[in-house]
Design a protein around this ligand. Structure first.
Ligand code: SF4
Ligand code: SF4
Length: 420
């Protein structure tokens, strides 16, 4: 094991390979507040990559209803339980000012064991703790759809009388969208004894080499997010490939420019923005929309940072869910992120308009000022909305999108209206 810096945890941690960050990192921001659980992303990926024999149970992209849903069933409860029962200081964060650092420890310091450290604490002969879901656990990918958590049942309250009001709904659920996180410290990669899993230098995408894989399933066991899946037909494991041919610009639609992954481009609720982070987290680029949302504004947070893999899919947490649950899921940055999202800054309001306006990956944005269109007070904070124009550019500098904050409306010419 060596010591590497994990900025999600705000500290160094044990990992079997030296720290080696890619030049750029495949990343995405998912705004959970907007997801309608239509599963269009799920079918976009399914119809592209996992429609063949032996892949029937494979859903590289899935959307699950939290807190009860999960694919495979109870995946996160099981990993959390492992850490909770056996780890040192499980789920303990230090978040006072001296434990924070703008870039190296923005959320504070995680004091608990990661999945790697727990394996060492327990003296296991493996890199990380984990488990292989049994075949039955891969069934029912949408189990507990729309099942709400509640302090009281309908029977006790008389129908749905329990209140659901901000800031925390008493009866609640939300949708969690998941793909492979293309982690900075992938547990799948470090678990593979044949070194068949590698992380690409140019974009940080994590791939299983199908020529080298022998189906040992150590990746299935040790990925805490349960994203590598075994294919009985080929006797090898497979996982989300970040749609790398699109990211490389191989799809003719974007004329050689980097293109967002299938699941991202298909998103109906406009919750997803996919792009590349600049490789150095210590020097984020304020004009790169990914860097700005994740590193600079800190409105989007990693999923279960305490696992220790430094995942690269980031979430704007749902406004209505209980904060304690959200802190366990997205770390202690939740309160700050929610405050920022509830009363959005002028820049955030503009950047959110970029979501799902183009399939081309945007690497830079600019904002042109517009007039004030709205003013209000949200949670004691003054909010002013300006009809600014946000412009998105591809990495070659080409302007790809230009969109205003206020949705334009047109009135139909009466003569053109179809009347019956
Ligand atoms: S989410 Fe799992 S499969 Fe994906 S890179 Fe991380 S550890 Fe590997
Ligand atoms: S396509 Fe978008 S809105 Fe629909 S389920 Fe997927 S992430 Fe949610």
């Amino acid at each position: 094991m060596t010591l590497v810096h994990n900025w999600h945890l705000g500290r160094t941690m044990e990992y079997p390979y030296f720290e080696s960050r890619p030049e750029h990192q495949f990343a995405a921001v998912f705004n959970t507040n907007r997801c309608i659980a239509c599963q269009t992303c799920t079918m976009a990926h399914k119809s592209t990559w996992t429609y063949s024999k032996g892949q029937e149970y494979m859903w590289w992209n899935n959307v699950e209803t939290k807190p009860y849903g999960g694919y495979p069933q109870h995946w996160d409860h099981k990993i959390l339980q492992l850490l909770w029962d056996n780890g040192n200081n499980p789920m303990e964060w230090y978040t006072s000012a001296e434990d924070k650092d703008e870039t190296k420890a923005p959320y504070g310091l995680y004091n608990g064991d990661t999945i790697f450290e727990l394996a060492k604490t327990k003296g296991l002969n493996q890199v990380a703790v984990g488990y292989i879901p049994d075949d039955k656990e891969w069934r029912f990918p949408n189990i507990y759809e729309d099942t709400a958590a509640s302090e009281k049942t309908n029977y006790e309250t008389g129908a749905a009388a329990e209140s659901s009001e901000l800031p925390e709904h008493k009866r609640w659920f939300f949708y969690l969208q998941r793909i492979c996180n293309h982690c900075t410290y992938p547990a799948c990669l470090s678990a593979c004894p044949r070194k068949a899993i590698y992380k690409r230098k140019e974009d940080g995408i994590v791939l299983i080499d199908q020529k080298r894989c022998r189906g040992y399933r150590k990746c299935v066991e040790q990925c805490p997010y349960k994203k590598p899946m075994y294919r009985g037909e080929t006797r090898m494991s497979e996982k989300c490939i970040g749609c790398y041919p699109r990211v490389e610009g191989k799809d003719p639609i974007t004329k050689g420019r980097r293109m967002e992954a299938r699941c991202m481009a298909a998103c109906v609720g406009k919750i997803r923005l996919n792009g590349l982070l600049t490789g150095d987290y210590k020097k984020p680029d304020p004009k790169n929309p990914m860097d700005w949302l994740i590193h600079i504004h800190k409105v989007a947070l990693p999923l279960y940072p305490q696992f220790g893999t430094e995942p690269n899919i980031y979430y704007i947490p749902p406004r209505w869910a209980p904060r304690s649950y959200l802190r366990q899921m997205f770390g202690p940055g939740v309160d700050e992120a929610l405050d920022k999202y509830a009363a959005p800054s002028r820049t955030l309001m503009a950047v959110l308009q970029l979501f799902r306006t183009t399939q081309t990956m945007l690497s830079r944005f600019e904002i042109e000022d517009g007039e004030k269109i709205y003013e209000s007070e949200i949670m004691g904070k003054k909010v002013e909305v300006y009809n600014d124009t946000v412009i998105g550019f591809a990495s070659d500098g080409t302007e790809m999108v230009r969109v205003k904050v206020e949705e334009p409306t047109w009135e139909s010419d009466e003569k053109r209206m179809i009347t019956y």
